[in-house]
Write a protein that binds this ligand. Structure first.
Ligand SMILES: [Zn+2]
Length: 126
């Protein structure tokens, strides 16, 4: 969910929370892929035929590729969430995350927001 859509639908704090949950879900997937890689490598040792070894090697390779993808996704989502969170504090009253969406660009990642407490406006850019 893009930042603008998230602020509009559920508010900044819920958007941030959901981004963290999504990113850590990808971290859990990375761990499961590592288990798959090690399981496939371990089963390669016990097999005798080349066909089975190739099959286990391909399984390890697929798990490794999925793990790299999941790790990159985890880092990207976490970075975006943290980058937005560092810009979510009102400069006037220091309220954190209490903001409303005023305007968004076409990408939904550059937004103008307004503080719910004091009405101060500023931009958040990802
Ligand atoms: Zn404020």
């Amino acid at each position: 969910m893009k930042l603008a859509e998230g602020i509009r639908r559920v508010g900044f704090r819920k958007w941030y929370e959901r981004q963290l949950l999504r990113s850590h879900g990808h971290l859990a997937l990375t761990f499961l892929c590592m288990v798959g890689v090690f399981g496939a490598l371990e089963s390669m040792r016990g097999t005798g035929s080349w066909a089975e070894r190739v099959e286990e090697g391909l399984t390890a390779l697929l798990c490794a590729l999925a793990g790299v993808w999941a790790l990159r996704r985890y880092l990207r989502l976490l970075h975006h969430a943290e980058f937005a969170a560092h810009q979510a504090e009102c400069a006037e009253c220091k309220a954190y995350g209490r903001l409303d969406l005023v305007q968004s660009d076409a990408t939904g990642e550059r937004v103008t927001v307004r503080c719910r407490g004091c009405g101060h406006g500023w931009r958040i850019e990802l």
